[in-house]
Design a binder for this molecule. Structure first.
Ligand code: URA
Length: 218
């Protein structure tokens, strides 16, 4: 096991112990990041959902499937080319009758998860961060508000000294597919181009893929 992998494993165990008080009987486990610890590109989402909570892995539900589809289209492999994580390590839930719904993470969940996320980034030291969705962007940039249409597709400085590109959350694209399919197609094109732009800057795309496909969001 490499030094980075060992450090991440130790951090995962530490997070599991420290964040255990956030778990109620509704959640199964803490969900830590995964992928290649040496990857130059780190993908950062908001928080695990129900599927992630069950499997203990980030981005394995519907949003994760869309993300993986885009990575594959670009010739990227999630276990080889990227590290995938979330700013919050526990599934944020609310009760709705007898079922559980996902809600945006609250301040306590963000605050408790932050030291572990911060250390995760510092161990991996990626060249580029792709911030997936408004919550990841606000948490990392330390902002209370942020308009996605102002920041999506733009490069921002982060407290880590690592450049970050902000993009849509796949769950937003999936929601749009059910409501306004044409708009969803456009969002998906922009999302794909953002992943490509981040991967290019990180140096994980080969030239064939870099030149392939449309770029009609400009
Ligand atoms: N949404 C996220 O932001 N992260 C996940 O891991 C899954 C869904």
């Amino acid at each position: 096991m490499s030094e980075k992998a060992a450090a991440l494993e130790a951090l995962r165990h530490e997070a599991e112990t420290a964040l255990a008080p956030l778990l109620t009987p509704d959640q199964t486990q803490i969900v830590f990041g995964e992928g290649n610890p040496d990857a130059p590109l780190m993908l950062v989402g908001e928080a695990p959902g129900p599927q992630e909570d069950r499997e203990g892995r980030p981005f394995v539900g519907k949003s994760g499937q869309l993300l993986e589809q885009v990575l594959t289209e670009l010739g990227l492999d999630r276990s080889r080319d990227v590290w995938v994580s979330n700013v919050v390590k526990v599934w944020p839930t609310r009760r709705h009758g007898r079922s559980l719904r996902t809600r945006p993470p609250n301040a306590a969940e963000r605050r408790a998860s932050w030291p572990f996320f911060e250390r995760e980034v510092r161990i991996i030291q990626p060249k580029v961060l792709l911030l997936i969705g408004g919550t990841a962007a606000k948490t990392i940039l330390g902002r209370n508000t942020l308009r996605m249409r102002d920041v999506r597709g733009t490069w921002l400085d982060t407290p880590f000294g690592i450049p970050a590109l902000v993009t849509y959350h796949p769950s937003y694209i999936l929601r749009m597919q059910g409501m306004r399919p044409e708009e969803a197609t456009q969002l998906l094109t922009q999302f794909r181009n953002d992943v490509r732009t981040a991967a290019e800057r990180a140096g994980v795309l080969n030239a064939d893929v870099t030149n392939a496909g449309e770029r009609d969001d400009c």
